[in-house]
Write a protein that binds this ligand. Sequence first.
Ligand code: ADE
Length: 254
Amino acid sequence: MLIETLSVFPEMFEPVMSTSILGRARQAGIFDFRAYDLRDWTHDRHRTVDDEPYGGGQGMLMKAPPIYEAVRSIASSGPHPHVVFFTPCGAPFTQAAAERLAMQERLLFVCGRYEGIDERAYDLADERISIGDYVLTGGELAAMVVTDAVVRLLPGALGDAMSSVDESFATGDSGGLLEYAQYTRPAEFEGAAVPDILLSGDHAKVDAWRRENAIDRTCRWRPDLISSARLTDSERALAEQLIARYHGSSQQNA
Ligand code: ADE
């Protein structure tokens, strides 16, 4: 997979793209990364990428022409990229979206700055993504968050010993629940013991404990996920009791 970014701060990306799992995956050729500087597609002495909004208002907007020119020129070589614009007005980013993006051959992430982007530039977007209901100073951090979530799903990125199948929000077997609690040595720490079942060596019991623990944690911390989680009838009855216990009613209010 090739991941490219277009922004006015291309230097922000390199430390993230060359560290830890992303760094190793890049070295191993599992993905390639390039950061482009939007100012390379300006034509004035000051390399201007922003201007005042029509109709007045605070702050500056990113101009459409450099973005158009840049996206067209980047896309003109190689396979056509799937183009994502980052904005707080985009669709919320989820694990399902990460899985969808991980199937693309080439992703181009366009990162806004200032008060936003001229609306006409969004005509280039295949999709608009928000990483949450808060406003960042720019889309670069959002692009790094999404890159991290996508690259770790690519075959081989986590190495043989690790898997992304069982974890929180996974759309596979664990059925959209938060991940169960995990423990490592020591078996007792500051008066808190690891649950006995996990020390029992009985794999069936461990699996049952983990499933119930995942349901319990999801009911406690993210009851909003329960309605779309894949649960058996008896698990759903348990979830309703737990939500009532943690949140005072059978409604899924957090
Ligand atoms: N740019 C500014 N805030 C953002 C957000 N929450 N998600 C994606 N891009 C952004």
